[in-house]
Design a protein around this ligand. Structure first.
Ligand code: ZN
Length: 379
């Protein structure tokens, strides 16, 4: 008996330290998830009433327009689950750039009326009708913890201090590569107006934006601000920046229109017939910024393959396609430049007018850059 008790005692002694450590780690994780501002906040009573009245909010969650969507396009026949898993475990050698990406130093005063500039991924600035509008401002890691989501190095990075006066910011959804809490904090006092999908307002308020500066919209809602109209439109995606919060806020694409220009900004989303419906209802567009990158077979409902990016721009009746959502973060399993290689090829094959400015390069619709700058990073 004494031998058995001694045996259990020595086992208990051996495992008590790892169990203690696990308990402390679980407790710290709980504290982090509960109190860290990076996860945002839950909508207040007023927002909740609007959210619960939305026809897109069903059984406590936002839903996509179609839940039975079947993806018909893919990059290659090898896109089965097994090969996807292997690609995560053994990433391609060329998954990340071999050097800093060549970029142009952006000077805020060069963004005059009618000009655009892309700062990488989904961050853009548009100057129209006297307003400077910024999309999904991300200037830091695409992650709540400092070990993931590091941006690629840029030769000439743009910081918030380099920006011109930004009048309005639009947010597509609350994922970390689109909604950067640090950037919102930095912008909270210097931006006049924020346009967000339903439920996202609470995040911005937690990060210091005054509630009366934020417009929270449902799909197909529009709001005029000065001489520019902002319309939130559907996208096939999802949301959530904390466990248990999946689809508790809305996601979407945006249309920014003025007397001078009509712009479509896709945010994130898989291919669906929604693009055709948007093209019929709101098109044609002078330029469509459409997601291109962070795809794989498992995510084909919520991100597009390059051939779908091109098809979406045709469906939207876009005069110019500008592929975004690439060249800043390593989020999926493909090489960093694969999206733009395939998309430019497909656009050429289908006679789609595509523009590929460098990051930081100011341009307008009469001067559309088409320099394959990414090729410099291939041997
Ligand atoms: Zn997303």
């Amino acid at each position: 008996m004494g031998f058995i008790l001694g045996f259990f005692h020595s086992i208990a002694n051996t495992i008590k330290y790892p169990i203690c450590i696990l308990f402390i780690l679980a407790f710290l994780l709980f504290i982090f998830l509960t109190f860290s501002p990076v996860f945002g906040a839950s909508p207040d009573k007023n927002s909740r009433v609007i959210i619960e009245g939305s026809e897109n909010f069903v059984t406590g969650k936002f839903l996509n327009l179609k839940s039975n969507y079947t993806n018909t396009a893919s990059l290659s026949d090898s896109s089965d689950k097994g090969s996807t898993l292997m690609s995560w475990i053994f990433p391609a050698e060329d998954k990340n750039p071999i050097a800093s990406l060549p970029t142009i130093q952006f000077h805020g005063n060069t963004l005059t009326e009618g000009k655009f500039v892309w700062l990488g991924h989904s961050t853009l600035l548009i100057n129209t009708a006297g307003l400077i509008v910024m999309t999904d401002p991300v200037f830091n890691r695409a992650s709540p913890v400092p070990i993931f989501g590091k941006p690629f190095a840029y030769e000439n990075p743009t910081n918030i201090d380099d920006l011109p006066k930004v009048n309005a910011v639009i947010i597509s959804h609350d994922h970390y590569d689109h909604l950067d809490s640090t950037a919102i904090k930095d912008l909270s006092k210097i931006v006049d107006r924020f346009f967000v999908p339903l439920g996202v307002k609470a995040h911005l308020e937690r990060w210091g934006v005054d509630a009366d500066k934020i417009s929270e919209l449902d799909w197909h809602d529009s709001e005029d601000y000065k001489n520019v109209k902002f319309t939130l439109t559907p996208a096939q995606h999802f949301s959530g920046r904390a466990p248990g919060k999946i689809n508790s806020t809305l996601w979407g694409s945006w249309i920014v229109s003025s007397e001078e220009v009509k712009v479509y900004f896709s945010g994130d989303g898989g291919y669906s017939e929604t693009f055709k419906e948007l093209g019929e209802r709101y098109g044609p567009f002078d330029i469509a910024f459409v997601e291109n990158g962070a795809y794989n077979a498992d995510w084909s409902d919520v991100h597009m393959f390059p051939n779908e990016t091109v098809q979406a721009s045709l469906d939207l009746k876009a005069n110019v396609l500008f592929p975004i959502h690439w060249s800043k973060f390593d989020l999926s399993i493909h090489p960093w430049d694969e999206p733009i290689i395939y998309t430019t090829k497909e656009a050429g094959r289908r006679n789609v007018n595509i523009t590929t400015p460098m990051i930081g390069e100011v341009f307008d619709l009469t001067n559309l850059p088409n320099n394959p700058w990414w090729e410099a990073l291939r041997n």
